[in-house]
Design a protein around this ligand. Structure first.
Ligand SMILES: [Zn+2]
Length: 91
């Protein structure tokens, strides 16, 4: 004549939390093409695109992602590249 234990309190399984807190922080959409870089190459972040040749000279083959013959890079990567190729720059 045992009686069943009362059903436990519903476990409150934590559902997925909203991760849509887009408050303030800007998120980019286009990731920097350089594999070792986590920045974004969106235009409003100052991203640029380099030719594959330029990117190969700078980062080496296979260490960047190519898109239609161009490589999208973030601002800081672009500046790095520009620094490296400064010799060709005009004054
Ligand atoms: Zn970058």
């Amino acid at each position: 004549m045992g009686f069943k234990a009362r059903a436990r309190k519903n476990r409150q399984e934590s559902g997925e939390e909203d991760e849509q807190s887009t408050s303030g922080q800007k998120e980019g959409e286009i990731p920097c093409g350089v594999s070792s870089c986590d920045d974004f190459a969106d235009k409003h972040f100052g991203g640029r695109s380099l030719s594959v040749d330029n990117a190969t000279e700078m980062w080496g083959e296979g260490s960047f992602e190519e898109r239609k013959g161009r490589v999208r890079v973030c601002k800081s990567c672009y500046r790095k590249w520009k620094k490296e190729s400064k010799e060709d720059d005009m004054y």
